[in-house]
Design a protein around this ligand. Sequence first.
Ligand SMILES: Cc1ncc(COP(=O)(O)O)c(C=O)c1O
Length: 165
Amino acid sequence: MAKGIGPGDAVICPGFTFHGTAEVVALVGATPIFADVQEESFNIDPHSVERAIATARQLGLKVKAVIPVDLFGQPADYDAVDKVARAENLFVLGDAAQSFGARLRNRAVGTLAHATTTSFFPAKPLGVYGDGGAVFTDDDELAEVVAAFAIMAKAVRNTIACASD
Ligand SMILES: Cc1ncc(COP(=O)(O)O)c(C=O)c1O
């Protein structure tokens, strides 16, 4: 939402992940296009990202972003994905729901992509009582927009809670 991605846009996701990764793409009306994962890590295969971009274009979609997912505590190969993303001018959103606290070549998860999400669901590396999440970015403008959406979401939740009282 903060990047204005919507109908007619495509976001590249790994074909093996928790469904929430692709769900957020559909939520904004965009189309998730799935790339293959690497046999050794189960994380997104950067070569397959290139093929997924070609598939999206054949379908008449504008490719806007890629979501590398860090499964089982292991960061995806962000350096390789970044090369493709730079060449194609794509936004990189890390999904670090399973990797909070991990490092890739001595860089902490949360600093590997333009923005990174994580989950505080109790089963996650940093769980809370109940549910929650966070977005990390060093892009101040983007952080402001994300914070505004979070405030709006909270207001909507409160309104729904009041209506059901
Ligand atoms: C890789 C991955 N992404 C996203 C999520 C979604 O996290 P949440 O339930 O906090 O929205 C999960 C949760 O299992 C996950 O494993």
